[in-house]
Design a binder for this molecule. Sequence first.
Ligand code: GTP
Ligand code: MG
Length: 318
Amino acid sequence: MGDLTKAGQRLLVAQGGWHGLGNTRFKSSTNRAPRQTTPGKPGEARDLKLELKVLADVGLLGLPNAGKSTFIRSVSAAKPKVADYPFTTLVPNLGVVSVGRFKSFVIADIPGLIEGASEGAGLGIRFLKHLARTRLLLHLVDIAPVDGSDPADAAETIIGELEKFSPALTQRDRWLVLNKADQLLDDEREARVSSVVERLDWKGPVFVISALEREGTEELTQAIMRYLDERALRMAEEPAYAEQLAELDRQIEDEARARLQELDDQRALRRAGVKAVDEVDDDDFDDDDDDEDGARSSTCAEEGERCFMRFCVGRFRS
Ligand SMILES: Nc1nc2c(ncn2[C@@H]2O[C@H](COP(=O)(O)OP(=O)(O)OP(=O)(O)O)[C@@H](O)[C@H]2O)c(=O)[nH]1
Ligand SMILES: [Mg+2]
């Protein structure tokens, strides 16, 4: 229906009724106390579903425990919770990263994604839409997982989920950030990095960092700032480039909305008792089937998002 992206922007969502005329409008030199009036007309009424999106320059993507919140803590003043268990982050966190004295950008940390996220598993899917407005995605990968798994598998999982959620979102510029480098010795580190890059056939920029030790983070934030400046300059100079990016934004928004609607529809069907065969083993954390007493239990993700919206509206008011 419309998009409010700037402060003070107005949008007509329902036309008010005609106000009618009071008796003073009928006053004349000969009729000082008219009794005549005309009634007003009812205005339009609409039920609106409002969507709140975070506006960040950079979005963080990754499996739970990849170190997204640790990264945002180390490069900004934001202090999201960090812990060594999955799903520590339940709502998006924004951090302002200052680069030099006068420049800054905003970074968004969203809850971790897991395999099946695009089908509704875990918490991340509802928050993926918040990445639609970002300019750059950082894909954080734990390069030294404690379970000894291959970091390339973790990276592939995220790329796969992204593709299923919105193919257009995979077209957005994305950098690979290999985190927890402090856990590896130099030669082991190099071998891991080249093996991940090779397996993913990754052609884009790669950064190797330790969010915890703040190694390589300064270099990364400087590179992000340069990228954002160059992008803004190019958009100002080349209208065709700006239009191409705007079209990509539209595509991402459309695909994200369609995917989320599809998931809502599936959930509504489940609630109504219609269960597809392949959904019988539904073990997602995002389940909001009816309770036994018929009351609808809200999901962690939905509750998290509601809290996030309350938080933003509260901040907006204060
Ligand atoms: N050694 C080491 N540990 C790290 C590093 N970055 C994060 N960690 C640890 O990894 C664990 C998970 O970090 P978080 O920042 O909470 O991970 P997350 O990606 O935000 O996880 P979710 O919020 O669950 O999606 C914590 O115990 C961190 O201390 C790093 O660079 N080096
Ligand atoms: Mg986190």
